[in-house]
Every structure is written in C-alpha cells, then in structure tokens.
Design a protein around this ligand. Structure first.
Ligand code: P5A
Length: 446
C-alpha cells in the first residue's frame, strides 16, 4: 500500500486532550478520531490493528471450542426486566425509546439476550456443553470516559457465554476460557496476569480479571513477582481434558494476585518483600461464573440424564479488543513512537523511498513492495515527497516491526538498509536477500 494513496493523517503536534501515551500516539499516528466523548472513528491504521486483535481473539476462542454468533447492539428493555437488571444497571445504560414508544437500549453486555437464545433452542443436556461468543460494539455511559479507546463509552467487546448442566462442568468451561485468555494475550505480546476480582453488575462469586501492568493503568493491583515469568499454555492444549485444564488454572492461581477490591493485605504480606508487586494495571479481560443468576429468572432449563429439568449453569467471559489496541501501545513504545508486536502490527514493513521521483529508487521500491507482498508480507510504502528525516520520524511513530530504507547511494551498490523497530538494529544487505531476511525473523542486534 502506498502511503500517498492511503489515509494516514499524521499529527506533528502532540494533541492537548490526550493524557496518556497510548492516546497521544494513537492520535498522532492517525489511528483514531474522537467524534464525541468516549466515541471514536477508527481510521485505516487503527482499524487494521483492531482487526488483527479480533482475529487472534477469534482463533483462540474457536480453538477452545467456543462458537461464534452475532447478536445485535440494540436490545429490548423487556428482556432485561426478566433478569431484574433493567432497573439495577443504572445510568451506565443508554436507554432509548423507539417510534412506538417501546423501550429499547444499546447493549452494555449480553447475558440476557444469549440466555433468551439458549432457552429457545436448547432443552437437553445432550446439547451441552455450549459456549457462544460474539464480537460486537457495546455502549456504557461511563461517568469518566477517558484515555481514548482505553475507557470509551462505545467500545468493542468479545463476550462469550457458557452453558453447562452442573457446576463441575461449568467450572471446566470457566477453565477453558481462562486458558484461552492466557494464550490470547500472550500472542499479542502481553503478560496478562489473572487476578481475583470483584463481579460488579455481572454477578456471581468466581471471577478473574486479566491485568497487564502499566503505570497508567486504572486499577490498583497486587501480585507475586513469579507471575511475570510464567510459561503460556501451548497451542496443543487439549480443551477437552478437564483435569489438565484444572492443573493449568491451579498453577496460574497458586500465588497471590488480586485487584484492590479483593485485596487482602495479610495474605499479600506473607509474600517475601522482594517478590511483592504492588502496581497499577489495565484490565484487558474479565471472566465470571455466576451459576443460575440469569437462567433461573429467565427459565433457561435443560433436562438432565435422569429426565429432571434444571436451571442451566452459566458463566460469561469478556475481552476488550478496542481497549487492547491502547493497552498494547502502553506496554510497547518508546520516545519516538509505537513499537508494534509482529502479531498485531497494521503492516509488517515500512518501505521508505528516500528520494521519490528518482527513477532508480522509485523502480526499486515498487519492485520491493511487489515482491514482499508476493511473499505474504504487508507493506506500507512511503512514496511521499518528504524529507528523509520526516520519513524516519513517521516510520518510528507508526511503529511497524521492520523498516526498509531505500536511498540512492546504497541502491547504486544494489543495497538497502533494514531496521528492526523494536531494537533499532540495522543492517545493510543486498536487495535480492531482503524478503528472505524478513521471513527469517529477528536480525542480529547492533
Ligand atoms: C463478560 C462478558 C462483562 O461485561 N459480560 C459479558 C461480562 N465484563 S466486563 O468486565 O464488564 O467487560 C469485559 C471487558 O470489556 C472491556 N471494557 C471496556 N473497554 C473499553 N472501554 C470501556 N469502557 C470498557 N468497559 C469494559 C474490558 O477489557 C473488560 O475486561
């Protein structure tokens, strides 16, 4: 993709309204545009990152056995009256009246709607376990929307809902999501720590928040240092093996880790001082087990093997893909800009033509772009008529994993420069070897 033909409105000035680095960088890199408080348009670069995050989330949900559906953003108030949450949810819910004076709402979450779908179709234990998820926009009229897409009013959520016959299998469903979440965040280059958490308006008594440590995080968190070095469950994890899942969850919950609402100063004090981590964190996911809180009032019942009808056991599991875009930047940037992990970068390579208009660099850049794309790499080709210094600054700001610099002098010798954004390591190499070099991965540090 040629930068001149794309739409990447870079801001040279640091926007005044932005307080935290991810918000500043997202605005400067032309990723998002605020439309009103807590409501954003996603511009091409931001959208590409969001889509890649969604895809990782989807792959790991599918791998764990969850099934994708798509529920609407607009819901009927009557459904929420059935669970008793219509009044209870309070001012965070955006309530709307349609032309027939019917009360509807912009969904802040979907427990009621998915329970309605379930009760319509599923009547027997033979159809269980079941986990339905979707990726859909939510609206919460937050008192303090801030930090850009980190705490928006309109935001994207992946929300999954599990249905099981009894509590033991519901715990296995919870464990499946727990393990899927560990893999999901690790694939985005994040160290997410599962912490015991409060359940708020969703309810239930078993809940973990997945937290990444960051100074700008809104949550105050406490955990054992060992969590910073734990291994992620492998891709070969068997999500049907309840005992193995439990063992993984046990390992990841063996040590102290809690958000401030669940903090127990005495328990935390038992950790050796050097291993105590008291920090701020960003909640990127939150999982809940709440048994029959929705199924009982809404009549979602299934027949067990004995023919007896019983209320289905449920849990719900959220991830915030739009928040993750900002959270990843909080975790991975430097003074010059964003440093995208390979797995979520909007493009793999920034291709910098240092002298657009020069036939030699133009031809070489076109060829490099075509060849790299043929090899499956995505390229953002800076073909604009701009000073080299400005191009370097833009490339560092946007933060693509690789930069390929094509200048007239080295090109005359058949060479280009390759820079790894994360380490700053550079090497000069022959044009022909470029694609292979990139595919091979990391270059030796400078
Ligand atoms: C779980 C799924 C729920 O709503 N119901 C369905 C449960 N959980 S939650 O913790 O309230 O939200 C899940 C995740 O959504 C993200 N999130 C937000 N992202 C951006 N802006 C917001 N205002 C916002 N609120 C929640 C978080 O990642 C959270 O973990």
């Amino acid at each position: 993709m040629r930068l001149s033909r794309s739409f990447v409105p870079i801001l040279r000035e640091v926007p005044r309204e932005a307080e935290i680095v991810s918000h500043k960088l997202m605005l400067r890199a032309g990723m998002i545009r605020q439309q009103s408080a807590g409501i954003y348009s996603w511009l091409p670069l931001g959208l590409r990152v969001l889509r890649r995050i969604e895809e990782i989330v989807r792959q790991e949900q599918d791998r764990s056995g969850a099934i994708e559906i798509l529920m609407p953003t607009i819901q009927s108030a009557d459904l929420w009256r059935e669970s008793g949450r219509y009044e209870a949810y309070g001012k965070e819910m955006l309530r709307i009246t349609d032309r027939h004076e019917r009360e509807i709402l912009y969904g802040p979450t979907n427990e009621e709607m998915v329970t309605d779908i379930f009760r319509t179709y599923v009547k027997s234990y033979r159809d269980l376990p079941l986990n339905l998820y979707h990726l859909q926009w939510k609206f919460r009229d937050e008192v303090r929307p801030r930090f850009g897409v980190m705490r928006g009013r309109e935001f994207l959520m992946k929300d999954a809902y599990s249905f099981d016959l009894d509590e033991a299998s519901a715990r296995t469903a919870y464990n499946r999501m727990f393990v899927a979440y560990l893999r999901t965040f690790a694939r985005m280059g994040l160290k997410a720590i599962p912490m015991r958490a409060d359940t708020g308006p969703i309810g239930g008594d078993l809940s973990h928040e997945f937290i990444i440590l960051a100074e700008t995080g809104e949550s105050e968190v406490f955990c054992h240092r060992a969590y910073l070095d734990m291994d992620t469950p492998p891709a070969t994890t068997d999500f049907q093996d309840a005992a193995a899942l439990q063992a993984t969850v046990d390992r990841w919950t063996a040590r102290y880790a809690a958000t401030s609402e669940m903090h127990d100063a005495v328990g935390f004090g038992e950790i050796a001082a050097a291993d105590q981590v008291s920090a701020r964190g960003i909640e990127v996911g939150h999982i809940f087990f709440f048994g029959t809180k929705y199924s009982a009032p809404m009549g979602a019942r299934v027949a067990g093997p004995d023919g007896e009808m019983r209320d289905v056991q449920m849990g719900s599991y959220g991830i915030g893909p739009s928040r993750l875009v900002a959270a990843i930047i909080e975790a991975s940037h430097d003074e010059a800009g964003i440093i995208w992990p390979d797995s979520v970068a909007p493009y793999d390579v920034a291709l910098l033509n240092l002298r657009p208009g020069d036939p030699a660099t133009d031809v070489a850049c076109d060829r490099i772009e075509r060849e790299m794309e043929a090899q499956g790499l995505s390229v953002l080709h800076d073909d604009r008529d701009d000073r080299p210094g400005a191009k370097f600054a833009t490339a560092d700001l946007i933060g693509l994993p690789w930069q390929v610099v094509v200048g007239p002098k080295s090109l005359a010798e058949g060479k280009v420069e390759l820079k790894r954004r994360a380490t700053g390591a550079r090497e000069t190499l022959p044009l022909e070897n470029l694609g292979e070099r990139l595919r091979a991965g990391a270059i030796t540090p400078a």
